[in-house]
Structure formats: C-alpha cells, structure tokens
Design a protein around this ligand. Sequence first.
Ligand code: EPU
Length: 423
Amino acid sequence: MDKLYIKGGTRLEGEVRASGAKNSALKMLAASLLADGPVIIENVPHLRDITTMIEILGSLGVEVVIDEKMSIEIHANTIKSYTATYDLVKTMRASFLVLGPLLAHFGQAVVSLPGGCAIGPRPVDQHLRGLEALGAKIEMSEGYVRASVAGRLQATKFRFDFSTVGGTEHIMMAATLAEGQTVLENCAREPEITDLAECLNAMGADIVGQGTDTITINGVASLQGCKRRVIADRVEAATFLIAAAATGGRVKVKEACAEHLEIVLDKLTEAGAEITVTEDGIELDMKGRRPKAVSLVTAPYPAFPTDLQAQMMVMNSIAEGAANVKETIFENRFMHVHEINRMGANIRLEENNTLAIVEGVESLQAAPVMANDLRASISLVIAGMVAQGDTTVERIYHIDRGYEQVEEKLRSLGANIERIQSR
Ligand code: EPU
C-alpha cells in the first residue's frame, strides 16, 4: 500500500486549482441513469470513488465514454442489468444512490445494502422510506434491497426525519420521473444538492426549491441527455486554505467558490487569516503568524461541514489558545485525534467522544501515522506539513478516494511531500 512521506516545517505558498466536487459528480453519474439520451458531465475529478461509480454503471451494461479531460459521457439506454452487487457497493456507500434512478426509469432495481463505515453506522432508512412513499415495493433479502414499481412512481409529500444529504438527493432523483407533484420537506441544503438539481433540470426535470429545506418536483414522463459542468470541490478547496493557515502560509485556490464556504472563511478569519475573494478564487494569507484557536460545531449546511472538522483540528492543535470542536453528524469522526496526539498535540475527548477540547501546543513532532477515513487521513498530511521532522502517512488509499493528485498539488505549493509506492 502506498504511503506519503512528508518533511515538515514548510510554509505553503502559491496557487492551486480546485478540482470538480466529488460529492456532486458521483450523484450526477447516478442521475444519468434517469435519462433516455447521452449525459455528458464535465470537470469530473480523477478519483477512486469516481472510478467505482463508473464500474457500477459498467456492471449494469451502461456505456460510459471518458475523454482525457475527465469529461464523462453516459448512455443509460444501453442498460442490460438492474443489479448493483455487494462487491461494488461495499467499497463506496454513494453507489447505493443508483437504486432510485434505476427504479424510477426502469421499474426495478436490486442494490446491495451498504454496510457500516469507519465514521459511523450510516443507515439508509430515510432513503427507503422516501422510495416507499413514492409507491415503490421494497423487499430485503440476502443483504440486498429489491425494489419494484408497476408503471411510474407516484408523487407524494414526504418529510425527512432529519437532514440527510444522500437521502435528499436520492428521493429528489427518483421523484423526477414520478407522476404528479412531489414535495420534500426538511431537506438538506448542501451546494452539491443544488448542483444535482440543476443537472436534473438540464435533463428536462422540473425541480424548484433546491438549496432550501423544501424541494418541489413536478414529475415528467421522461428525461433527455444534457451537458453539465460539476461545481468546484468546496471541501478540497478549504483543505488547502486550512493547510495554508496551519503552516502560516499564503495560498490562492483558483475556482473555489466563497459562497459555498462562508462559515469556513469566517472561522479562518477568526483564526487570524486574511482572506481575499477574487473573481477566480479565494486567497488566504497568514503572514507567517501562528493561528488563534477557533471553536466550532459541525452541522448540516450552511453550518460548519463535518468534512472539514479534522483539518481544523490540526490547525487548532498548534494554535494559540484553546478550542472546543463538537461533531454532531457522525458518531465516530475523531479517529485522527489519537494520531495527532501521538505527534504531540494536546486534545482530549469528552461527552461520549463527540466533543474535542484542544489546547494549542507550540509545535507537533513527526511520527508514522494512519487513519481509516478520507478526511482524517488528509488531516494527518496537514499535521505532517506542520510538524518538525519526517512524517509518514499510511493507508493513503483513503486520500486517493477524494483528493485528486494530492501530492502534486501540495508540492506545487512548496510542500516537501512524496508518495512511496508499495511494490
Ligand atoms: N442517516 C441516517 N439514515 C439515513 C441517512 C442518513 O441515519 O437514511 C444519518 C447518517 O448516518 C449521518 C447523518 O444522518 O449520521 C447525515 O448523513 P447524510 O445522509 O447527510 O450523509 P451522506 O449523504 O451519507 C454525504 C457526503 C459525506 C458528508 C455528509 C455530510 C457524499 C458521497 N457523502 O454523506 O462526505 O460527510 O454528506 O455532509 O456525498 C466525504 O466526502 O468524506 C464524506 C463522508
């Protein structure tokens, strides 16, 4: 397995481009199953999770054409199978989202239930309740969800029990081909949901209210092909900004969208960074200063994203002062804490491991470290860049799931980082 080797102590400086958003592109790939014509998705990041979704589409017999610029063309009407197998779904939970589009377009789908996950149990009860509310017949057997509907799905009024990103996207996709007007309440409002809704509208769907907690979908009989460009990855972009803040550096992330990162930019400003939003991106200048510790609570958008909690924890670990970091989305998203403490941080967990109390220390020391989740793993890379000495981060296949060309991009900002390939 590949590792990253990092020589710490360099300030990040320079310009880097944000890739297309993984969590938007994955859903657009699933949504392409709804269309009768070819769907072209541009600015797709070259990542392992994207490859997994393409493999799933391929396993259904769907023709997928990829060009050298990662523009992906999908022809759903070449489909030959309606089954997404355990082998593929277990490697990436987002693949479960092919269920609704398959069912809505072809009347049937058999999709493996995703298992547990390093960051929490992550059930799919809201997805299944929503599909049932649309008239789907759902049966479970041998670890698979078997869904069917005679004719079209039927529009409904459905309220999610709590904010769920995947649940909102899943039911919104399925409802596009339902008969009548569906109203979804208590929806998640993440920018990736809006991006997906706009992609569906480009395919001929009639969706309004995306980005608010009530989404209305007027069902249509069929959807056509379309061409869409994925928005910039707000989590990747902010990861570079936080890394710049933690190293006292100055970085511009081109194509990053400030509107999607309001609270994050506020927190970085509170930490002492100077933020400049330009037409083509976001620039952060820490002017060589040590950051000030900033407290935060993760919660659904527009609040602070859980996907940036680990990165901010590293910045806080070497900041001036103390901060409380509260995680409210996932049960087990503090795995990095034990690893950062091994590097000399002073973080203690309280309240049943949902609250981290970080006392900033002057510096971290290098150590061999690893994590079992994408965002925890990248936070260890930031810790390695901040630390004195040489750090190796193991199990970096997690990073490859969500950060495109991570070492090339960080090297372009001056980081001393190398991939050690396993033989
Ligand atoms: N939940 C349920 N039942 C459901 C659905 C969700 O109990 O039917 C729970 C989850 O277990 C979790 C909470 O509700 O505790 C929120 O989960 P949500 O459905 O909002 O998350 P998701 O759709 O599974 C997406 C992103 C995650 C990101 C979360 C929260 C994708 C592919 N994944 O997951 O991204 O952390 O929203 O913003 O879009 C990542 O990119 O590293 C990542 C984990």
